[in-house]
Every structure is written in C-alpha cells, then in structure tokens.
Write a protein that binds this ligand. Sequence first.
Ligand SMILES: COc1ccc(C[C@H]2SC(=S)NC2=O)c(OC)c1
Ligand SMILES: [Zn+2]
Length: 255
Amino acid sequence: VGVTPLHPLWQSPLTIPGGTRQSPINIQWRDSVYDPFLKPLKISYDPTTCLHIWNNGYSFLVEFDDSADRSIIVGGPLENQYRLKQFHFHWGAINEWGSEHTVDSKFYPAELHLVHWNAVVYPTFEEAVMEGNGLAVIGVFLKLGAHHEGLQMLVDALPAIKHKDAVIEFDVFDPSCLIPSCPDYWTYAGSLTTPPLTESVTWIIKKQPIEVDENQLEAFRMLLFTSDGEEEKRMVDNFRPLQPLMNRTVRSSFQ
Ligand SMILES: COc1ccc(C[C@H]2SC(=S)NC2=O)c(OC)c1
Ligand SMILES: [Zn+2]
C-alpha cells in the first residue's frame, strides 16, 4: 500500500510499522555475546504425539498433539517449558540460498523451524502467538552433504502432499533426529517470519547445521504453492527477507 513494499508471496507489507524485534536477521558471529548463564537446552519429544504432515500453501509442516506436556523443551534461554506444536522448513530454488537466518551473511540452502508455545502461562497457542514470551522456535540450518536418514521419512511423504491443503496421516516421528548433536546455539528476541509477524518468538538457532543430500533438497522443490487444478507454481524461495537488528544483541551459549 502506498510506498510500502509488499511481500511477493503474501501481498502484505514487508515491514510492520513500529516493529523493533523482527525476524529473520543476519547473525554476525563476532558480534554475538557469550552468556555463561545460558543453560543447555533440554529437548524431550514423544514421537507418538505426531499427527499429520500437510502442505499449507507456504511450506510443508508436521503437526503434533499439543494437548498435554508430552513433547517439550526447557532450559536454554527459556523461563518456562514450551510445548512442540509443529515443525516446517524454508528453502530456495537453488542451493545458494533458502534459509531465513544467515550467519556472517551466508545463506544455507534450507532452514528447519521447530515451533513451541508457552502452555505454562497461556491457555492456547493462538494467545501465545500474541505475547512476547509466547513462542520458542528452534532454527536448524540444512547444508548440502550426506544423505539424512531421518529426513528421508519426510521426503518419502512429500509426493502425497504435492498440492496446497493436501494432508496425510503421520503416525510416529521423532523430530529430535533433525537436531544436531552439538549443543551450541545463538539466541535472540524476534518474531514470526510470516503474517501476523507478531514479536512473540524467543529464537534458538543451532550453530551446527545438519547435512542433507541434493535429492532430498530437490524433493522439497517439487512441492507446489498451488492447489490441485490450478496453474502449477513450484514451492521455492519461501523465506522472508532479512530484517534490521535494531537495538538487539544476539547471545551465544558457547565461547
Ligand atoms: C498464526 O500463527 C502462526 C502463523 C504462521 C507461522 C509460521 C511462520 S512463523 C515462523 S517462525 N515460520 C513461519 O513460516 C507460525 O509459526 C509459529 C504461527
Ligand atoms: Zn518458519
């Protein structure tokens, strides 16, 4: 509207008026500050809380039963424990870009987001989305390399959800197989990276990427933004542009 640039995918303003903690950002390694008081992040997921995998027309996501504290994270920068709600990915048309966050201005070909919400303080996910300490998202970079066994289970399901709104049941999956063993992470206060862009996310970005192979990345790129019967648009480049750091410090859990 007016001179505000609109996002090509959402036709909504790229920047939100008054936004002071927007995501994603570039993580300048040398500007991050080691915080010795940061605890290790504790992750305990129950693989049977997995419900289904679906194409929402922007990414593909795996959703979990979050009606109890069965798949949770605690510790790290977090004051409370947070419940796993869903995970999804962002990726590019080619391997040169695709991640939402960058490290020293380097893009990775893809980025995994594991979305958790503060069910200790807020009664519903929808309310948590609107609150400063409502969400905690673990970000994991994907880099081109060895075949990833755990990811392959997701990749095998993608042809069945090629079109927007397609969904298939997904009974058992433990997303901790997608999280690198190295405990090191960066953390900062940020936002959702799609509308409503609310400033409710404590970001926990793992320093170590996971390796996936070319065929697995190509499988992401065969998904469609479009519904069955519409003119096909390949689901690629579903990442938001970098946002200004403004008055924020990125902390590291490692020296
Ligand atoms: C209405 O609540 C929403 C809407 C969209 C997303 C997904 C966005 S936000 C993110 S991080 N990456 C994404 O693609 C949510 O995820 C927490 C929550
Ligand atoms: Zn995301």
